[in-house]
Design a protein around this ligand. Structure first.
Ligand code: SF4
Length: 266
């Protein structure tokens, strides 16, 4: 089923293209380079989203709502886990409320799928869902990214969002989040950064999250070491692998599945 290399999902769906940097975790955002590559392949929705600065490709501030992508999940007949906007942020200020509501409607009309929405703007996510949507869909998981202690406040916003499943992506983990409160959080993903300019992850930072997962009964998923291994040496992501404490960790949150939907698409 998996159509992506992202270990915790089956497919990606990108109704929005383009974004802008909001915090340290965005510094080496893979979506900037990827957008440039897709532009060179003349993929329409990625044309004109980035600019070159020295050797780096960065966003140029254009954020595009992609009408054509809105229907994609209807065409996937078998249930799948779908990461929404792997190449952008659905709750970016330049995505209109109206478009977000249309994305929500697609998710409502396709309950056979589980949607994983990850944002670095959980304040806007909370405001829109609480005031304009007011609807908890059992097949929609809402998450925020936390790369270091500077952005721990995002977790408080996430806790205020009405949601069936709440999750946090601690990736790229580039600093300690010692004592992080995971109360009310169903799932935590942890991973180091990859790529040429990757910043190191430390095992003790992973320990801090793992221990809080035990306390809060939060499912723990260790995605990767990335470019820096457990021994603090740089090598390929593949060579560093996915083991932590001598094993892989692929825990997932407990979800409510509608049996009628599952049965009809087997
Ligand atoms: S919010 Fe996500 S997509 Fe946007 S710049 Fe940051 S890492 Fe990239």
């Amino acid at each position: 089923m998996a159509e992506t290399e992202i270990e915790w999902t089956d497919s990606t769906w990108n109704p929005v293209a383009g974004c802008s940097i909001i915090s340290e975790g965005c510094k080496n955002c893979y979506a900037m380079e990827m957008s440039k590559r897709l532009e060179s392949m003349r993929v329409e929705k990625y044309i004109g989203l980035t600019r070159q600065t020295g050797k780096r490709v960065v966003w140029n501030g254009v954020v595009r709502e992609d009408e054509k992508s809105l229907t994609t999940p209807y065409s996937w007949k078998k249930p799948r886990k779908i990461f929404v906007n792997s190449m952008s942020d659905l709750f970016h200020d330049d995505v209109s409320d109206e478009f977000i509501l249309r994305v929500w409607n697609v998710m409502r009309e396709t309950p056979r799928h589980s949607y994983q929405i990850l944002t670095k703007r959980p304040g806007r996510m909370r405001d829109i869902i609480s005031t304009k949507i007011n609807d908890i869909l059992p097949n929609v998981w809402l998450g925020t990214s936390v790369e270091n202690a500077d952005v721990l406040h995002r977790i408080d916003s996430l806790r205020e969002v009405p949601a069936a499943i709440r999750f946090i992506s601690f990736e790229p983990l580039i600093g300690s989040v010692a004592g992080v409160d995971l109360g009310g959080i169903d799932w935590a993903i942890v991973g180091g950064e990859s790529g040429r300019a990757a910043r190191p992850i430390k095992e003790c930072w992973i320990d801090e999250i793992y221990e809080q997962c035990l306390i809060s009964e939060t499912a723990f998923f260790f995605k990767q070491w990335g470019a820096w291994g457990k021994d603090n040496k740089k090598r390929s992501k593949k060579d560093n692998g996915r083991e932590y404490r001598g094993r892989t960790w692929d825990e997932m949150p407990i979800t409510i599945v509608d049996p009628s939907q599952q049965a009809s698409f087997r």
